[in-house]
Design a protein around this ligand. Structure first.
Ligand code: SF4
Ligand code: SF4
Length: 208
């Protein structure tokens, strides 16, 4: 097969001066794509990667696109400031996998990744339905995206540590086996030379 090196990205939304589709190499900075629409980045209120529902807001235009970046949506809407959770439960009602997003985000904001995992972070499908209904404008899905990334990183590090431990134990076992084999060979050589000496001594005694 052929590796994916480019992808088609749709640049759309009323804030782009000249919306268009472009073919861009993976890793292209978002600022380059914005420049391709003849738009001043300073004039953009909100740029979303993905669609209006599932997408997430991006503020760092130096970030590169990935193989999943299919669309940049630049909206005229002012980003509403985030306010505290009022525990209305709308996010839990909207969640298609029946999670409690307000509990998970509280855990993540408190730096308690394990608690968020216990609350079901691993089952989140990052659909952002909770974001769309939150009256407090809490970027729930962005928290979950970051949390899930951290969770995967932690699992990867755990796996690497476990693989390293397995390799270390396998090496020790191999060295022990080699040492035992060498010891057995040494003992066999010693027994053989003792036997030869005995035979020579007996032969001398018979002659004398
Ligand atoms: S982003 Fe996760 S928590 Fe939010 S509605 Fe979708 S699945 Fe549920
Ligand atoms: S929808 Fe927003 S305000 Fe309501 S419980 Fe969920 S996080 Fe809190």
């Amino acid at each position: 097969g052929k590796p994916i090196t480019d992808r088609i990205v749709t640049l759309t939304g009323e804030s782009f001066t000249r919306p268009k589709n472009v073919i861009a190499p993976i890793g292209t900075p978002i600022s380059h794509l914005i420049a391709a629409t003849d738009t001043n980045p300073q004039s953009l209120h909100s740029v979303i990667i993905g669609g209006p529902m599932m997408g997430y807001r991006v503020t760092d235009f130096s970030a590169g696109i990935t193989k999943t970046t299919n669309c940049l949506l630049a909206r005229e809407v002012e980003v509403q400031p985030e306010s505290p959770c009022i525990r209305c439960g709308a996010c839990a009602t909207a969640c298609p996998v029946r999670l409690q997003p307000q509990q998970m985000v509280a855990a993540l904001k408190g730096d308690a990744l394990n608690r968020a995992i216990h609350e079901g972070l691993g089952d989140c499908i990052e659909c952002a339905a909770c974001n769309a209904v939150c009256p407090s404008n809490i970027p729930l899905a962005e928290w979950f995206r970051r949390g899930r990334f951290e969770m995967k990183e932690r699992a990867r590090e755990h796996q690497q540590a476990s693989d390293a431990r397995d390799r270390f134990e396998a090496r020790n076992t191999r060295l022990e086996r080699l040492a035992q084999e060498q010891e057995a060979k040494r003992a066999a050589r010693k027994a053989k030379s003792a036997d030869a000496l005995n035979k020579a001594r007996k032969a001398r005694e018979e002659i004398s």
